[in-house]
Design a protein around this ligand. Sequence first.
Ligand SMILES: Cc1ncc(COP(=O)(O)O)c(C=O)c1O
Length: 416
Amino acid sequence: MSKLAIHGGDPVCGDPPAARWPEAGEAERRALLAAFEEGDWGGYPEPGPRAAAFAEAFARSHDCAHAICAANGSVTLEAALVALGVEAGDEVIVPAYTWIATAACAIRTNAVPVFVDVEPRSWCIDPDAVQAAVTERTRAIIPVHLGASLADLDRLVEIAERHDLALIEDCAHAHGARWRERGVGSWGAVGSFSFQTSKLMTAGEGGALVTNDAELAARCHSVINCGRHEGGYAHLDEWIFGMNARMTELQAALLCAQLEALPALTARRAAAIERLSAPLAELGLHALPRDVRVTTQAAYQWVLRYDGDAFAGASRDRFLRALRAEGVDAAGPFYVPLPDHPLMNARSAQWPQLRARYGEGIRAPETLEKLSFPVTSRAAYEEAVWLHHGILLAEPRDLDRVVDAVAKVKRHAAEL
Ligand SMILES: Cc1ncc(COP(=O)(O)O)c(C=O)c1O
């Protein structure tokens, strides 16, 4: 029985099974070259012809009437709050288990992010916790469709409607996913997507908002185009203080090709999940259960729950160190509870609206000791194993080597 790679043995995946991401295809090359040669590089006038074409197709593919392209999936969240009229001191409920952009958008609009825990089942925002966090200052809820899970949209829509709150779906992980046969992003006021390099569709950077509300779409266009009124949003009465967050035509050209490829890639990832779920569960690595209402699953990161008992009680981090040495590029604390993240260092001296809830700031020691998110903490520090979707695009024989690597680590668990 060969030694573990961390102890000097040969790795199971000497040639790691991650497929190259992004998959740079001929369609992308042709689209990019055409934009380049035609001199259509920028994003002004907004939207450019390619951005408009992409927006139309992307909106349709998520069951929305409108899409607004932007520079990335952080500014889209911020633009959504501005366009919705969120004001200083308004509260925005966000999950504690997400990337900082989900909360940073509230801080940057002088609003106040209110962190709540996630559900053990999906590691997405817990609707009961959302309900408990609603106050008279609450204006919006931003659920994140995390990894390969979708937040419970039925309950969140109901809570948002009952309290007259804007539901903003953060779909940065969920391109092409469907909840009860309807696209993510279409369930609340607006949905936000990222096209950053690691995402399921990418232009290197990029973002989009989708909505069925024509007036909100016009406001979003204005916000990401410096507050201008022109083209399809020349009719706006109110001048909104905006920013330049336009998408370039080069990005849009790439994204038109990426959108065409998405359904086939989604199917490939789903087939990989189907192939790997049972053998990995047998070894003690469990896919989060898929809600029956998730009718199309997108898997930006395939998130698994590590069962330490199945590995002789070894910690998740020791397991991961061994697995990575075997050539499987899995991550652990991919996200931590947001207030634990050094990047979440928003201080009240700079963002005074935070003071009433967070004292000197979100990471002030006296604040941190009061912020507790047990489900998020357990996932982040003990249980979560994240596999990037690039791995799911590997050939079946390479996928099986992932199982072989986990099996090898399990055989040697006592040595971890
Ligand atoms: C959940 C979530 N929201 C928002 C973003 C922000 O997207 P971008 O990187 O395009 O700014 C990300 C990106 O990593 C994300 O994972």
